[in-house]
Design a protein around this ligand. Structure first.
Ligand code: ATP
Ligand code: HMH
Length: 305
C-alpha cells in the first residue's frame, strides 16, 4: 500500500529520461499541536502519513515544549493563524482526509468543523485528545461541549481512549473496566453523531475480567462500534500487549494511520486493521530516548514486509 506506483507508459518513458512522474498520492491534513520531542502530535502524524504512503499536511494549533518527561509549556497559536493554515491548504491542495488532535480552544474546534463542512471533506477522523499522559490539558474544559456538538457529527470515526470516553460521557473515572463496558460506552458516544467509534483499550486494566468472553490478559484490545440498521455493529481488534513503558504517541499514531488508510480508499474496518498492526509494530520497536516515556518508532512496519 505504501509504494508509489508508476502511472503509465508515459511515466516510464519520463523515468527513463531522468524525471519521475507518479500518481499524486492521497492527501491528509492534520489539525493538531506540535510536540517538540517528536513523539506525539503533528510530528507523529506526519511520520505516520509518510510511512503509509499519503501526502501529509499540517495546521498547527499550539506549540508545546515537550519531552519524554511530560509537557513543560504550551504556547497556543493565535486562532487566525490556525484558520489561515487550514484555508491555505484546503483552498489549493485539498485533502482526502482530515484528522484532528490537540485543538485546545473552542474557537479551534469551530474552525476545524467549519472547514470540514465548507470543503466537504470525505474522511474525517477526530481524535478527542483531552489530556497528555502527564495530565496536561490539551483541550480546555470549555471546549469539550463544542467538540461534542460541532465536530463529532462530521466524524466518520472518533478515536477516544478509555479515560477520554468516561470524560466525554460524564461517567465516573475508571467506570469502563471490561470489553463489554467499552462497547457500551462506544454505543453511547454514537448518539453524539459520529458514524463510528473506535475505542482504544490501552488504558483498560490488564487483569482479565470474568465478564469478558475474550481473555484480555497479555492482549491490547480495541473495539470499533457502528450502527447496522437498528442494531449495533462491533468489531474487536487484538494485538499482543507489549510490556513497555515507551508508548508516547500511540493515540496520535493510531488516528493518523486510520486517516491514511481511509484516504487510500480502504473501508474503515480495514483502515483500522492497518492502523492496529502499524501501531503495534511501532510500540514493539519504541525508542527508549530521554529519561521518561520514550516514543514509538514509526518505521518499524517496514521490517514486517
Ligand atoms: N503496551 C501496549 N502494547 C500493545 N498495544 C498497545 C499498548 N499500549 C497501547 N496499545 C495500543 O495502542 C493504541 C492506542 O491506544 P491508547 O489507549 O494507548 O491510546 P491513547 O491513550 O489515546 O494514546 P496517547 O496516550 O498517546 O494519547 C491502541 O490500539 C492500543 O490497544
Ligand atoms: C501535541 C500533542 N498532541 C497530543 C498528545 C497526546 O499524546 C501530546 N502529548 N502532545
Amino acid at each position: 500500500m505504501s509504494g508509489i506506483r508508476m502511472k503509465n507508459p508515459e511515466s516510464e518513458a519520463a523515468a527513463e529520461a531522468g524525471s519521475v512522474l507518479t500518481d499524486p498520492p492521497p492527501r491528509v491534513l492534520t489539525i493538531a499541536g506540535s510536540d517538540s520531542g517528536g513523539g506525539a502530535g503533528i510530528q507523529a502524524d506526519l511520520k505516520t502519513f509518510q510511512e503509509l504512503g499519503v501526502y501529509g499536511m499540517s495546521a498547527m494549533t499550539a506549540v508545546t515544549s515537550q519531552n519524554s518527561l511530560g509537557i513543560q509549556a504550551i504556547y497556543p497559536l493565535p486562532e487566525e493563524t490556525v484558520e489561515s493554515q487550514i484555508e491555505s491548504v484546503l483552498s489549493d491542495i485539498g485533502a482526502d482526509a482530515v484528522k484532528t488532535g490537540m485543538l485546545l480552544t473552542p474557537t479551534n474546534v469551530f474552525l476545524a468543523a467549519s472547514a470540514i463542512d465548507r470543503y466537504s471533506i470525505k474522511h474525517v477522523v477526530i481524535d478527542p485528545v483531552l489530556h497528555a499522559k502527564d495530565g496536561s490539558a490539551l483541550l480546555r474544559q470549555e471546549a469539550i461541549a463544542a467538540l461534542k456538538s460541532e465536530l463529532f457529527p462530521f466524524a466518520e470515526v472518533i478515536t477516544p481512549n478509555v479515560p477520554e470516553a468516561c470524560e466525554l460521557l460524564g461517567w465516573p473515572a475508571h467506570s469502563i473496566r471490561t470489553l463489554e463496558d467499552m462497547a457500551l460506552a462506544a454505543q453511547e458516544l454514537l448518539q453524539l453523531g459520529p458514524q463510528y467509534v473506535f475505542m482504544k483499550g490501552g488504558h483498560l486494566p490488564a487483569d482479565p475480567s470474568p465478564s469478558d468472553e475474550i481473555e484480555t490478559q497479555n492482549l491490547s484490545i480495541d473495539v470499533l462500534v457502528g450502527r447496522k440498521g437498528s442494531e449495533y455493529f462491533r468489531e474487536f481488534y487484538h494485538a499482543p500487549r507489549i510490556p513497555t513503558k515507551h508508548t508516547h504517541g500511540t493515540g496520535c499514531t493510531t488516528a493518523s494511520a486510520i486517516a491514511a488508510g481511509l484516504a487510500h480508499g480502504y473501508p474503515l474496518v480495514e483502515a483500522v486493521n492497518i492502523a492496529k498492526s502499524f501501531v503495534t509494530a511501532a510500540i514493539q520497536s519504541a525508542v527508549p530516548l530521554g529519561c521518561g516515556i520514550g516514543s514509538l518508532w514509526h518505521a518499524a512496519h517496514r521490517n514486517k514486509h
